[in-house]
Design a protein around this ligand. Structure first.
Ligand code: ADP
Ligand code: MG
Length: 339
């Protein structure tokens, strides 16, 4: 658990990059910091591994003040991935990754074996091992960056816009791989992005920052979309309406009162049409919300389930719920303005 308590960063020139931040990053999930450029995301992230020192407040990891101990030791438990993978140009991919365990005192042979395993974990083909960084695509380089950050097996991984420089299709692959990797390895990941789609897709919880380093809302993605805390969040979350490929957002905890305010009676045809390009709220027989679904060009529940877009819930119960939402005479499924 990473706990920010009243954390402020005022740079010597007077810029307040982060203003009295209170926030708890839970263990073993993906927490996303999102917001417009210059709102203090990177500064907040870098305070976790002491690349930036707070000028006020405290940060604790598992109850220990990070400023109390040794910075080098702290960083051994925290992987860090940035937009430019920052690979050593004259070393092979395998050795780029093996360097980290070797710095930790592993033998070359053991470190290389570990590097090979890490390549597999991040989805790099074995034949990449002998290549040099300039022989890899941007997406592949980012995979190497992630493998390197994982090499010392840190419980925490900080990622600062790691996929922002790769093209959209590759970015989606990398996002999917990160979700898989997180669920397999159980790391605590803090992920920075300026892209609300990416935030909503990846985040178990999402912190929306506004200019001045102020935390505007810290919530589950479904709640950000359904219940933005203020006009700023509403505007930021809604800026790119017409999401693509976000899949399923569980609506766990969404009170039925909220459901009533967003629900409209709709015919099965209307629901199906809305479901083709917007978000649909899926409810069960008792009209309890199960989640938000976006159907990409298809109104078939089977397509969604088969395509792996549905997660965090039981596929069968969702298939049934989506089918009934699509076909029930009451048409109790709702698309809300593409968001
Ligand atoms: P983000 O990552 O959200 O784009 P940053 O955390 O990089 O934002 O920056 C937040 C604010 O702090 C910006 O106004 C930025 O110009 C300022 N800032 C960042 N680093 C420094 C620095 N070393 N000195 C002065 N101001 C800085
Ligand atoms: Mg930044």
């Amino acid at each position: 658990m990473i706990e920010f308590r009243g954390v402020t960063k005022r740079f010597p020139d007077g810029t307040v990059a982060v203003d009295a931040l209170d926030l708890t990053v839970a263990d073993g999930g993906i927490t996303v910091f999102v917001g417009p450029s210059g709102c203090g995301k990177t500064t907040s992230l870098r305070m976790i591994n002491r690349m930036v020192e707070p000028t006020g407040g405290t940060i604790e990891i598992d109850g220990a003040d990070i400023m109390a101990g040794d910075a080098a030791e702290l960083r051994r438990g925290i992987g860090y991935v940035i937009q430019q993978a920052g690979l050593f140009p004259h070393r092979t991919i395998l050795d780029n990754i093996a360097t980290v365990p070797m710095l930790l005192g592993w033998s070359k042979a053991k470190a290389r074996t570990r590097a090979g395993e890490l390549m597999e974990i991040v989805g790099l083909a074995p034949e990449m091992a002998k290549r040099y960084p300039n022989q890899l695509s941007g997406g592949q380089q980012q995979r190497v960056g992630v493998a390197r950050a994982l090499a010392a097996d840190p419980p925490i991984l900080l990622m600062d816009e790691p996929f922002s420089a790769v093209d959209p299709v590759v970015r989606e692959n990398l996002q999917d791989e990160l979700l898989r990797l997180q669920s397999e390895l159980g790391k605590t990941i803090v992920f920075v992005t300026h892209d609300i789609d990416e935030a909503v897709k990846l985040g178990d919880k999402v912190a929306v920052f506004r200019t001045g380093g102020i935390l505007a809302q810290y919530d589950e993605p479904g709640h950000l979309l359904a219940r933005p805390a203020d006009e700023f969040v509403d505007g930021f979350v809604g800026r790119d309406r017409g999401y693509r490929g976000l899949g399923f957002l569980p609506a766990e905890g969404l009170p039925v009162g909220d459901l009533a305010t967003v629900s409209l009676g709709a015919s099965p045809e209307q629901v199906r049409d809305a479901a083709r390009d917007g978000w649909t709220l899926v409810v069960d027989e008792a009209k309890r919300p199960l989640g938000w679904v976006q159907v990409n060009g298809s109104a078939s529940a089977d397509d969604l389930v088969a395509g792996g877009s549905l997660y965090d819930t039981e596929a069968d119960s969702l298939r049934g719920a989506l089918d009934s939402a699509l076909s029930s005479p009451s048409g109790f499924g709702v698309a809300v303005d593409g968001a």
